[in-house]
Ligand binder design. Structure first.
Ligand code: SF4
Length: 451
C-alpha cells in the first residue's frame, strides 16, 4: 500500500519516556527469553519507544520501520496503559508522531470527512509517511464526497475507501426499505454500512488512529484514552492485539477548529451550513447555537446511546451485563418500579386491547428490563407518570420480551424496545408513539395531542 509522505515539516524534539525507568515501565516483554541483552540495559528500549520526534527525509525513514519490525520480531510489546499515562499531557502532534513512529505502515488514520481532517494535518506535520482510510457508506452527503476529493488533492494522498458488502445492503434495503433506521434504530444499518466494512479494514492493520474526543458525546466518550488496546475490533494479529490511538481525545472542539483555521486546512462545506458532527446524509442534520454536536446525529434516539458501533465499548459492556440470564430468565432487576406505573399482566393488556370504550386513557410502555434504551428512558417515564397522576390518564408498563414477544409483535405493534402505546378512551386501536424522543416533555405533548 502506498504511503502518503511529507518532506516539508519539522517539529521540535520531544521525548515522552526519557528515563530508563520510564521506558522500562512502559514496556513489557511478551517473551522474556527472546529479549536481547541490550534491551535490559535500557538503551534499546529508548530507541524503540522514546526516540525524540524528528522530521527526517522519507528516504532515511527505513531506520524506524526496521526498528518497529525488529521490535515485533523480538516479541516486545508496549504496555499501552502505561504509555497512555505518559502521553496524557502530550500534544496531538506528539501523540500522532508516536503512533506513526511505532507502527509505520501498519497503522491507518480513520477519516470521516469532518473536522477529523485535523488528524491528516497532524500526520503531515510529523513528516512521516501515513495512511488514511474512510468508510463510504453509500449514504454520505455530496459535500462530503467533494471534501474527500479536496483532501486527496490538498495532501497529495489516496484515501483507502472501504465499502459495505453489496449483498448485505441489498438484503437490508429489500427487506426493510431505505430508511428503516428511523423505525427501529440505526444499529442494523450502521452494522451493514459501517461496522462490518470497518472490521474488514482493521483486520489488515495493527493499529488505527481516530478523531474521537471526550467532549463529543456526554454518554459514551467521556473516558476516551489517548491510546488503548481496542476493546471492540481486532487487527491483523487477532483479538486483543489492535491498538487504537486517539490523539485529539483531550482536545476541546473549539481548539481543534482554531488549529484548522490557523493551518488553513480545507474543511467540509457542510460545517458552514450549521453541521458540526458529520455522518450519513439521512442521519445527520445541522444543530442550533447552543445545541450539543451529537444532537445533530440520530436525533430521534436517546443521547446516551449515540454510537454507530465503531466505538461502542460502553454500550456493548452494558448489554453483556444486562443480558445475564439464569435458566433463560434475565436476572436484571425490573425497571419502571413505582406505584404511579401500573404493571400489566398479559390478561390485563389483552383486556385493554379488547375494550372499545375505556373509562380512562392509558399510556403503556412495552419494555425489556435488560434493554439499554428502556433503561435510558426510565427516569423520564417515571417523571411522566408523576405529571399525569390525577389527570385521568393511566400510565402502565408491559414486559414484552421472552415468551410475550411474539404476542406483542403480533398484537401490540412491537418493533423494538421500548415501544410506547397510547390507548385512547374511545378508540379501540392503540396508537404507537412514532418518535424516539423519549423525554418527559415529548411524551406529555404526545398524550396531550391525543386527549
Ligand atoms: Fe445507515 Fe444512518 Fe448508520 Fe449511515 S448513519 S450507516 S445511513 S443508520
Amino acid at each position: 500500500m502506498a504511503l502518503a509522505t511529507s518532506t516539508s515539516s519539522s517539529i521540535p524534539s520531544h521525548s515522552f519516556l526519557t528515563r530508563d525507568s520510564d521506558a522500562a515501565a512502559a514496556i513489557r516483554h511478551a517473551k522474556p527469553s527472546s529479549v536481547p541483552q541490550a534491551v535490559s540495559g535500557g538503551s534499546r528500549l529508548r530507541r524503540i519507544v522514546a526516540r525524540p520526534c524528528r522530521a527526517v527525509e522519507p528516504a532515511k525513514r527505513n531506520d524506524w520501520a526496521v526498528e518497529t519490525a525488529v521490535a515485533a520480531a523480538e516479541g516486545l510489546a508496549l504496555d499501552w496503559e502505561e504509555l497512555d499515562k505518559e502521553l496524557k499531557n502530550a500534544s496531538p502532534l506528539e501523540i500522532m508522531d508516536s503512533a506513526l513512529r511505532i507502527f509505520g505502515n501498519e497503522i491507518a488514520i480513520a477519516f470521516s470527512g469532518a473536522e477529523d481532517v485535523a488528524l491528516i494535518e497532524y500526520a503531515k506535520l510529523t513528516g512521516r509517511p501515513y495512511r488514511v482510510f474512510s468508510l463510504d457508506t453509500g449514504r454520505l452527503n455530496r459535500e462530503t464526497y467533494r471534501f474527500f476529493d479536496a483532501v486527496e488533492k490538498h495532501y497529495g494522498i489516496h484515501i483507502e475507501y472501504s465499502f459495505p458488502d453489496a449483498g448485505e445492503v441489498q438484503a437490508l434495503v429489500r427487506t426493510k426499505g431505505l430508511f428503516s433506521f428511523y423505525q427501529d434504530g440505526h444499529q442494523e444499518c450502521c452494522s451493514v454500512r459501517k461496522v462490518r466494512p470497518l472490521r474488514r479494514m482493521l483486520r489488515g492493520v495493527r493499529a488505527w488512529i481516530t478523531g474521537q474526543r471526550k467532549d463529543q458525546s456526554p454518554g459514551t466518550r467521556s473516558d476516551t484514552p489517548v491510546v488503548q488496546v481496542d476493546p471492540v475490533f481486532e487487527g491483523v494479529d487477532g483479538a486483543g492485539s489492535l491498538i487504537k490511538w486517539n490523539p485529539v481525545a483531550n482536545v476541546d472542539g473549539k481548539d481543534l477548529w482554531n488549529f484548522l483555521r490557523s493551518m488553513d486546512v480545507p474543511v467540509n462545506s457542510l460545517h458552514s451550513q450549521g453541521y458540526v458532527s458529520i455522518g450519513c446524509e439521512p442521519c445527520t442534520r445541522p444543530v442550533l447555537p447552543g445545541q450539543h454536536e451529537r444532537e445533530g446525529r440520530w436525533w430521534w434516539e436517546d443521547a446516551n446511546a449515540k454510537e454507530c458501533g465503531l466505538h461502542n465499548r460502553h454500550l456493548q459492556t452494558n448489554d453483556a451485563a444486562n443480558r445475564l440470564t439464569v435458566n433463560g430468565v434475565s436476572t436484571r432487576a425490573d425497571i419502571f418500579e413505582t406505584a404511579a406505573v401500573v404493571s400489566l399482566t398479559r390478561p390485563g393488556i389483552e383486556n385493554l386491547l379488547r375494550l372499545r370504550k375505556r373509562q380512562e386513557a392509558w399510556l403503556v410502555v412495552l419494555y425489556a428490563p435488560w434493554c439499554r434504551f428502556c433503561q435510558a428512558m426510565e427516569a423520564s417515564y417515571l417523571e411522566l407518570a408523576g405529571e399525569l397522576a390525577g389527570t385521568g390518564i393511566k400510565v402502565g408498563k408491559f414486559r414484552a420480551d421472552g415468551e410475550q414477544k411474539p404476542f406483542a409483535q403480533k398484537e401490540l405493534q412491537l418493533g423494538s424496545f421500548p415501544t410506547i402505546l397510547f390507548f385512547p378512551k374511545n378508540t379501540s386501536k392503540p396508537i404507537k408513539y412514532p418518535s424516539e424522543r423519549r423525554d418527559a416533555d415529548s411524551l406529555v405533548s404526545f398524550v396531550k395531542a391525543l386527549t
